[in-house]
Ligand binder design. Sequence first.
Ligand SMILES: [Zn+2]
Length: 800
Amino acid sequence: MKSTNSASVKNQGFIFHRKKIFSGISILFFLSLVVNISQGALIPPEKSEIIIPENANPIVQFSAEELQKHLELISKHKIPISSKKTNAPFKFYVGIISENDKTPLNPEEARYRITPSSVYIYGDDAMLENIQAPLGSVLARSNRAGTLFAVYCFLEDQFGIKWPEPGDDRIVFTVQKNFNLPEKNYSWAPKLVRRCIRPIYNETMQDVPEKLRWTETEYAKRGNDIQIWLKRMRMGRSINIRYGHAFVTWWDKYGKTHPEYFALNEKGKRGPINPERPYFIKMCVSNPDLHKAIVKEWWTNPKTNKDTINTCENDGDGYCTCPECMKLDSDTGGDVEHKSFTDRYVFFTNSILAEAKKFNPEVKATMYAYAGYVQPPVRQRVSKDVIIGFVPSMLSDFQETDNMYKSWRNAGANEMFLRPNDQQCNTGLPVGFEKRLFDAFQIGAKNDIIGTDYDSLYNFWSITGISEYVLARAISDPSKSFEYWEEEYCSIYGPAKDDVKEFFRYWRNNFERRILPDKARIAELYGNFQKGLMPQMSKYYSLDDFDRTDAILRKGDAKKLSPAEHNRLEELILGNRHSRLTYEATVKTGQEKFDAAKKLLAFRIENKDKLNISWPRLAAIERKCGDTTGVQAFSKMQEFDNIAPTPFLWSFRIDPQNIGQTEKWQESYPKDINKWDRAQTNTNWENLRRHTSPELIEKLKNYDGIAWYATSLKIDREWQGKEIFLYFGAVDESCQLYINGKLAGERIYQHEEDWRTPFYIRIDPMIDWNLEKQKVVVRVEDKSGNGGIWQSVWLTTKEK
Ligand SMILES: [Zn+2]
């Protein structure tokens, strides 16, 4: 890795400053300005200039542009940026250290100094990563951008600028004809040496209905705006450490030659539990040869950072069951789901670190405290140079989380950073979790974490923007209270501030009184809080909530607001309208659901750009949770004339011996159906919970093979004469469809995406109109990973 010494960047500025700054200015004029300003005169923007060093690095260049852009918003005057001599009496020096400032800068420190004739805005910059893309170097995560932070501190303090959301059109400012800049020295340095919220997660346009999609250009711009917003929130890092699931490519690389590196799984094999997901394999952490191999890879790979060695285990299940690994555990409990594997993982990291120190005595190792190894160790002590990425949950009991921090510390963990997935509780409805998120962060801050890495921004700004804002601000300054940031955020609504506060408090109460006390039950439903909450909206929200919150916002809207404040409030009102429609589409069933989905989609399309919501993210979680609103099914079914839902619960049985076809299960319905179990058709069979028997749920864990679904459907007689189809939202992987015992068609898994894409099969030739109900049987075969009918099934028609 190439590195530019940050000292040389500073030097450059300093030399420039001494040689050139004063050379072109008339001394007399300069003096008169001093007098004027000290008497309280205002600085006219047209008599100002922004000065940067010659050969300014991209961070300084961008800092000057950000300053220019914001000063133009405020004053309606574009102040020129230059590195040449100039006659302008007032100067904004960007990336140039004030001559009187002899104190060295701390990492990422931001300073500004206002004198009667100038402002010096500078900080600790370092170009460690040189990325060619537009703004690549500025936004590169490794680079330190103290000067940019100094610009933002200056704009915030001196002009009251706020950035409640990404995008320049969302900047909050007050117009000022002239600048009032009393003398001042200011410095900000981060308390946390890593301040990170990941910008986006797993976004794809594939699930987004066509008219709601962004073009590539729009998408790129949004991504850029989000990255800039994170800088405006002072996200950055003073140190670079390597971590993250470290061995995701190891099975592909070493599976054949060194199977002994990998966990002996519960099936008695060394290999991935799911061959399609080799990146989820776990390691045989007691194996000393593996420790050596990891160190060798780290040391010989020219691309890896030699200051830290990453020992974070992969995600997924399948902890090693070999006797040597088992011996390392202090917890001998048999229940794999509840057992603590921490001692073996601390041993693993300590051993790798000891080996790595033979190559670099200064090296530090990173490991996660996560999943089955989140509990503090009992036997092992954490070596001095191990950095722990701790992954607690904001839904856990706070006292327990606090105790865990302290126990990890007592076990030797000197440096811990917070790596939460707490934002994953977002559903797209007003969650009201901003205070909980803030408090969970504060437990870490009070336990002296060195930084954060949140996964990730949801970008549902018009709905839950307050949670992202408060969290980012708290990370940049952990010393302030929730109420401080709440006040700051709500003040952008001017005279409607208190109404907006009341609005957010309403939803916060909803979270704290209705949702949070029920967290265990919600999470249990599908083994995940978000997946459990989304389909159960009717339990935790009501139409009354939307009526009341709308009324609160209308109260604010009746006040005398500036046009900008009014627009911001309108966005919130629109966001709440979106939430209401989402709620309605989620809780309704049958034809009503279909109508609600149609209305919701039309609303989304109409307000696609007015609402600051990440449509791909929203589509992804709605799909993941079983197309809760029905929007995806609806948007894909627009070519059909009629659409009707099929039951949510179908009869279900597994067929591990593959005897169903020979025993003619496709015909057995409804005679034997009482022998069958039941299954939902909107989730994989691995995730079946409430409606299926516990014995079958147990058998379905990691079940690969054949299973049968059956139901009976009453078909509208008015459809006679039309082409009729069964439309499947998605089946994982292949299936045959039988109507009244006859094969209507099949879908065989061929393409990579087939498990998640919709398809339909024509059924009208098999329909017996003499029957009250038609017998529908689906045989599903799944060869690996999740399986089953996991997205809703619909009846549809087309005119012949
Ligand atoms: Zn092992």
